[in-house]
Design a protein around this ligand. Structure first.
Ligand code: SF4
Ligand code: SF4
Length: 126
């Protein structure tokens, strides 16, 4: 996938235009998941504008909880959570699963609520 194809695909899947981002940083300042992310949401948007494919391999897109705070506050009306979801979807369609059933330790299976497992697999595996 070329960088142009990646950006076009994100626009198609999310319905959002990353080029509207003016890099104000309000999304990063508001983000509830920033403590476990490697790139700020603002940086994700910038990488996308620049067509940097490494954005598909960053941790932040998986750590985003879709809390929608950034989406509610973006002065450009960009639904950043949808952009994050689109980046995850591209990965999953390529077969780049983050969580495989065999990776879940057996002892944890008895403790984790089923809903948490289901949610995890829905988000992190194809
Ligand atoms: S809040 Fe919106 S305009 Fe500002 S950096 Fe984030 S995505 Fe870009
Ligand atoms: S939707 Fe994702 S990127 Fe936006 S504030 Fe919430 S965790 Fe951060």
């Amino acid at each position: 996938m070329t960088s142009e194809e990646m950006t076009r695909k994100v626009k198609e899947l999310s319905g959002q235009n990353p080029y509207l981002c003016m890099q104000c940083g309000l999304c990063s300042a508001s983000c509830t998941g920033i403590g476990v992310m490697d790139l700020l949401p603002r940086q994700v948007m910038r990488f996308l504008q620049l067509g940097k494919e490494e954005i598909l391999k960053n941790r932040s897109i998986w750590m985003c909880t879709t809390c929608l705070i950034c989406t509610a506050r973006c002065p450009r009306g960009i639904d950043i959570a949808r952009v994050m979801e689109a980046l995850r979807t591209i990965n999953l369609r390529k077969g780049n699963d983050i969580l495989a059933p065999e990776d879940v330790p057996a002892e944890l299976l008895a403790e984790i609520p089923q809903m948490a497992l289901t949610s995890g697999f829905r988000k992190l595996s194809a």
